[in-house]
Write a protein that binds this ligand. Structure first.
Ligand SMILES: C[S@@+](CC[C@H](N)C(=O)[O-])C[C@H]1O[C@@H](n2cnc3c(N)ncnc32)[C@H](O)[C@@H]1O
Length: 259
């Protein structure tokens, strides 16, 4: 899938499923958004929530000078419906934000999907002040137990899918290295395995909608929902490994070489 096709797909996907990531994460044993927000508490200055979606991190940073930015009007409408603001509709690779004006960027579940990634990282660097912080949450490919792996095999078999076609797969477990190459100082790079409670048909219903599967037809999605509803049961758990990377810009720009 080329970049144009991906952009068309992701725009249509979030138009059809606003707030889906937040809904899925309500099934988690503890809030991944609270974990992401921890290193941003007490930061003085603007916190920019990049690709904020329905803006679930707003509630985790109640005292912050927060602003949410996303490309999807439907996602922003969902955020507004929940009273989360201010919100701006814009692309992550062309932020309508002054240079060196932001104390921190919060990036929940977005760096593997925003394109083109090098320009997005350049924009994050541009808007952050020296010493500014990036806290990012991304899916991790590692950390599943054998039974956790079986759970996902069951889900993907119902969907007749093998994997999600992330445009930036390197921005998952390789995110820390990417950020170092982009000039950040990585303070921490941690993985945590959350568990989603798939205790009812309603919970199982979220799974086909919450995955980026461009080839998924409505008919196949409905069949998968029926199959997963039969699999759902009290005590059924699905592991969800996530990675949190916290990185700072250097406090001072490196000295320029004399000409
Ligand atoms: C997986 S969702 C995460 C939403 C939210 N941060 C959360 O964790 O619930 C990815 C978000 O990225 C947004 N997005 C995708 N490409 C974008 C782009 N180029 N610029 C801005 N937002 C984008 C989508 O509209 C969507 O809201």
């Amino acid at each position: 899938m080329d970049e144009q096709d991906w952009r068309r797909f992701i725009a249509a996907y979030h138009h059809a499923h606003p707030g889906i990531t937040e809904q899925l994460f309500t099934l988690a044993d503890t809030s991944p958004y609270a974990w992401l927000a921890e290193p941003l508490h007490g930061i003085e200055g603007t916190v920019l929530d990049l690709a904020c979606g329905s803006a679930p991190t707003r509630a985790e940073l109640p005292d912050a000078d927060w602003i949410g930015i996303d490309l999807s009007a439907a996602e922003l409408a969902e955020a507004a419906r929940q009273g989360r603001k201010p919100l701006v509709r814009a692309r992550a690779d062309a932020l309508p934000t002054a240079s060196v004006s932001v104390a921190a960027v919060c990036a929940a579940m977005c760096l593997p999907v925003v394109t083109p990634l090098p320009r997005v990282l350049g924009e994050i660097r541009r808007v952050l002040r020296p010493g500014g912080r990036l806290a990012a949450l991304v899916p991790s490919q590692t950390g599943l137990s054998p039974s956790g792996m079986l759970g996902w095999l069951r889900v993907m078999a119902a969907l007749r899918a093998v994997r999600q076609p992330w445009p930036n797969p390197q921005a998952r477990d390789g995110l820390a290295a990417l950020l170092r190459d982009a000039g950040f100082r990585v303070r921490s790079d941690e993985r945590r395995v959350f568990t989603l409670a798939i205790g009812s048909a309603d919970a199982a219903d979220l799974l086909p909608d919450a995955l980026y599967l461009p080839g998924l037809t409505p008919r196949r999605a409905e069949a998968a929902k029926r199959s997963l509803a039969r699999w759902a049961a009290p005590g059924r758990r699905l592991e969800l490994p996530l990675r949190r990377v916290v990185a700072d810009l250097p406090a001072e720009q490196p000295a320029q070489e004399p000409i």
